[in-house]
Write a protein that binds this ligand. Structure first.
Ligand code: SAH
Length: 232
């Protein structure tokens, strides 16, 4: 069954206007018609069964019917990641959403060689991944900042695990409680990055094993390790 994220409140009997993209997806791509059921969530009201009440070119109305799942708390896990080339950043956002992160914090580091970040595009990728992975929330995407500026506002009670290759760091393992993971860019962290990280009391350097992983792989593996074996 089609599963879509909506902005509107989900209340039995309410009618929700689909976005143009959702109408096209339901009608044009998935070939649904009036009367077919869809599942809706908005990050606040759990998941609901709704029916397509109207559908025409680029327009659809969903009639909200019955609750399917109540809203539940998500894992409290943030991913701070050095912005990568476009495909790499897209992959990190998609996979991190599938792996349950609650916030995504793109940062510019000493060796970041990607200029712009399209936050709206990343938000769309996160929404699609949340729909697909049956999440009840969409992770927050923070505006990109320099690593240093993000560390200054980092909540001190939240442990930040920093993935460091070629370092004598302990292996990353499961962690319960508010945490974050930081992964570096394609070229790794620079000496100035490492100096600011070293000055933060909440930072814990960790290893992801003996091989040098691509930045995307490091984010995926790290998020899985932090949450195993008790998925939140
Ligand atoms: N070009 C660098 C490697 C960068 S890997 C070099 O050759 O040294 C990109 C990012 O992935 C790193 O900044 C780090 O955060 C993470 N990473 C890759 N392999 C890792 C490992 N074995 N342990 C911990 N972090 C790793």
């Amino acid at each position: 069954m089609i599963r879509l994220h909506v902005a509107a409140d989900l209340i039995a009997g309410s009618a929700i206007q689909a976005t143009e993209g959702q109408a096209h997806y339901a009608g044009g791509v998935m070939r649904r018609t009036v009367g077919d059921a869809v599942r809706l969530f908005n990050g606040r009201d759990g998941e609901w069964i709704a029916r397509i009440a109207a559908l025409s070119r680029g327009k659809a109305i969903f009639a909200v019917e019955t609750p399917l799942r109540p809203q539940a708390a998500d894992a409290d896990l943030w991913l701070m990641f050095a912005v990568l080339k476009r495909d790499g950043t897209d992959m990190v956002v998609q996979k991190a959403t599938e792996l349950g992160v609650s916030a995504l914090l793109p940062v510019f580091t000493e060796r970041t060689n990607a200029g712009r970040v399209n936050t709206a595009r990343l938000q769309a990728i996160a929404i699609e991944a949340a729909e697909q992975s049956e999440r009840l929330t969409v992770p927050a995407i923070h505006p990109p900042r320099d690593l240093h500026d993000e560390l200054v506002v980092w909540p001190p009670a939240r442990t930040l695990f920093v993935a460091l290759e070629r370092a004598e760091a302990p292996p990353l393992g499961p962690f319960a409680g508010p945490a974050g993971l930081l992964t570096g860019p394609e070229g790794g962290f620079g000496s100035r990055d490492l100096a600011v990280l070293d000055a933060c009391a909440f930072v814990r350097p960790v290893s992801l094993g003996p091989r040098i992983l691509r930045a995307e792989t490091a984010a995926i593996a790290g998020l899985a390790l932090l949450q195993a074996p008790g998925w939140g």
